[in-house]
Design a protein around this ligand. Structure first.
Ligand code: BGC
Length: 261
């Protein structure tokens, strides 16, 4: 637990499920005030709201599409109207789909880029606007991936969105560091979330993926939420512009584990 997170106001996009949900729960345990953004099922968002409140935090839910400027503005406004300010903004919403690259439609390319990259930019922009105006030394966390570093065949739009996120974060971190605003990425590897449920339900695929992870297991959402809590807390006060890979070593070239090469 990080004492300074108690009472902090945090927006988490896409937090009715997956990593977003795990982070909402963690911030609830930290006694923070959470704006839970959802795009899909309202029922799920309400469940997360109850989880956060039960854990000792406070929470509101708000529907919104991260690709829409007005919806992102509304997330900041919701935080301010309900909880009086904004301290932490987490760009977590993301999508992926597998497709042979020469068959990828412009519609699908645009959909992934606009959710994962443009959506995260809009989140950064609106949070930064508020932080600058109110002179708040705010904190932004972007959910990137090991695929901001590792190429990923059949997911070219996804990999491009995360590669873009890397330099977006580094650039914004540099630009806003003089104002004391910190911006970092988290780069998860293979994590047990609904986005991956189908894939890991197949034991053969699961074993293959586990072989790509030096620590030997698929990560738990809470292990990513732990990283988010640390990056949001003052314990990481000297950290900005990084990608913290939380991937069981997936980015370490596991094919070389046997010492050949
Ligand atoms: C993707 C997962 C994938 C993992 C490792 C993540 O960014 O969302 O679907 O399992 O990267 O390849």
């Amino acid at each position: 637990m990080y004492a300074d997170l108690a009472g902090k106001v945090v927006v988490i996009t896409g937090s009715s499920t997956g990593l977003g949900r795990a982070m909402a729960n963690r911030f609830g345990q930290e006694k923070a005030k959470v704006v839970i953004n959802y795009f899909g099922k309202e029922e799920q968002a309400k469940e997360v709201q109850q989880e956060v409140i039960k854990a000792g935090g406070n929470a509101v839910i708000v529907h919104g599409d991260v690709t829409k400027e007005e919806d992102i503005k509304n997330l900041v406004n919701t935080a301010v109207q309900n909880f009086g300010t904004l301290d932490i903004f987490i760009n977590n919403a993301g999508i992926e789909n597998e497709v042979v690259s020469h068959e990828l439609t412009l519609v699908d390319w645009d959909k992934v880029i606009s959710t994962n990259l443009t959506g995260a930019f809009l989140g950064c922009r609106e949070a930064l606007k508020y932080f600058v105006e109110k002179q708040i030394r705010g904190n932004i966390i972007n959910m990137s991936s090991v695929h901001e570093r590792i190429p990923w065949p059949y997911f070219v739009h996804y990999a491009a969105s995360k590669g873009g996120m890397k330099l977006m974060t580094q650039t914004l971190a540099m630009e806003y560091a003089p104002k004391g605003i910190r911006i970092n990425n988290i780069g998860p590897g293979a994590i047990n979330t609904p986005i991956n449920a189908e894939k890991f339900a197949d034991p053969k695929t699961k074993r293959e993926v586990e072989k790509m992870i030096p620590l030997g297991y698929i990560g738990k959402p809470e292990e990513i939420a732990n990283v988010a809590a640390w990056l949001a807390s003052s314990e990481s006060s000297y950290v900005t512009g990084i990608t913290l890979f939380a991937d069981g070593g997936m980015t370490l070239y596991p094919a070389f584990q046997a010492g050949k090469g």
